[in-house]
Design a protein around this ligand. Structure first.
Ligand code: PMT
Length: 401
């Protein structure tokens, strides 16, 4: 009951998903939370203040300058009252206003005036979510310390399919509870790389590997369940990312490097599960290469070593590497732990049938500077939970020194 007695201010903005918010309120109060509601003008078109008043047991706030509210609870009082400001659904317009510090209504004014933890559950059309401006606003808000729940991907009210659906009320409430509790990684920010990278040869061909992203995505999910905020930077994969991770899709190692470096200053822990191409083609052909010659020679040049560069930063996060090895697994893994100056490494023996790349199971030998643990074959979901528990323990040990 991590939300017991928590004062939650629910801001509702004008999206179709607003009709689900009485259910969010009901589920929050069932956890013992005290809930007050702020409705924007647009939101009042989708959900009635009266029903929200009935489920929350408190008057609903709609106006910045409201004589009655000012006499009772004005915007500053509401901002001070809240332990958590949850905005669900958060529209693209709301995100843009918050990112810019605009304060032209009650909700945006409260955002500027509150010390509460702020958490947004976005909801919008998939194109609007992917739009450059929205993604920039997302990054800006994350820099401000705002947490995001979702959005989910799937079929949308407008008929489009893609990311932008508001996470379901039950998942919003459980994420909020995880973020607020004494979970092992509560409030920590993990940056996780996953999947392969793809290095182009010409406009139709590329070099890549068999990584599916399953291991990295399972680790992201396990970290979220322990209360962490996760930025997942994924190469080209076909599986769906965890609902509550902020996922950034990249193609090449250089793009993965740039995305990691953008987010690493805010990270507490970095987990590199991606199978990053060590080399890229030096001169990518502008046009499709024709098979006119008997032989084709390509020159490869090194890609940046993302993990090594993160660990070499002046104040690196707690850094966890992976090692996919086909021989002398432990010796190579220990070498990488030492040479790349990592805090921890998880080695997988990729010669073991049914484990490692592109399978649902794996086995890991997790090594840190004064200990190690063998995690026997198990589903990637279960392995990720054990690995995250080990990471949290070693991270907390390091922080307490
Ligand atoms: O995606 P799945 O199908 O679930 O498979 C999971 C996995 C087998 C890919 C995963 O468990 C794994 O072992 N990932 C690391 C694979 C790998 O490429 O290891 P490596 O030995 O080449 O690299 C060592 C470490 O450096 C890794 O943490 C890697 O992410 C990182 N690295 C490597 C090269 C590079 N240029 N930048 C990096 O960050």
């Amino acid at each position: 009951m991590q939300l017991f007695n928590k004062k939650i201010l629910l801001g509702i903005t004008g999206g179709i998903a607003a009709y689900k918010t009485p259910d969010v309120v009901r589920k929050l109060t069932a956890q013992g939370a005290q809930v007050r509601v702020v409705l924007t003008r647009g939101a009042a078109e989708f959900v009635s203040p009266l029903s929200l008043q009935a489920v929350s047991g408190n008057p609903v706030h709609t106006q910045l300058l409201d004589e009655q509210a000012e006499a009772g609870m004005g915007h500053i009082e509401l901002a001070k009252w809240a332990d958590i400001l949850l905005i669900a659904p958060a529209t693209a317009n709301c995100m843009a206003k918050l990112a810019q510090g605009l304060a032209d209504d009650l909700l945006t004014t409260i955002y500027l005036a509150t010390d509460a933890r702020v958490c947004l559950a976005p909801a919008m059309n998939q194109k609007m979510w992917k739009a450059r401006a929205t993604q920039e606003n997302l990054h800006r808000l994350q820099l401000h310390g705002v947490d995001f729940i979702g959005p989910d991907a799937g079929e949308q009210a407008c008929g489009d399919v893609g990311p932008g659906r508001m996470v379901e009320p039950e998942a919003i409430v459980s994420s909020l509870a995880a973020m607020s509790g004494d979970d092992k990684l509560a409030g920590k920010h993990l940056v996780i790389t996953a999947g392969p990278t793809r290095e182009p040869i010409d406009p139709v061909r590329y070099v890549s590997n068999h990584s599916s992203g399953k291991m990295g995505f399972a680790i992201a999910q396990a970290a979220i369940e322990q209360g962490a905020r996760v930025t997942l930077i994924a190469g080209p994969v076909t599986i769906a990312p965890p609902a509550n991770a902020t996922t950034i899709s990249v193609t090449t190692a250089q793009q993965m490097y740039e995305a990691v470096m953008r987010h690493i200053p805010q990270a507490d822990i970095f987990v590199a599960t991606a199978a990053v191409a060590d080399y890229k083609v030096s001169d990518v052909a502008e046009n499709k290469i024709k098979k006119s010659d008997e032989k084709l020679t390509l020159t490869f040049v090194k890609n940046p070593d993302i993990l090594k560069e993160v660990a070499a930063l002046p104040s690196p996060p707690f850094t966890v590497g992976f090692a996919a090895e086909s021989q002398d697994v432990e010796a190579y893994a220990r070498g990488k732990l030492r040479n790349k100056k990592l805090d921890m490494i998880a080695a997988n023996d990729i010669t073991r049938e049914g484990l490692g790349f592109n399978s649902d199971e794996n086995a890991l030998h997790v090594i840190w500077h004064d200990g190690d643990e063998h995690l026997p074959p198990a589903s990637k979901t279960d392995l990720a939970k054990t690995l995250i528990a080990l990471v949290a323990k070693q991270y907390n040990n390091k922080m307490s020194k």
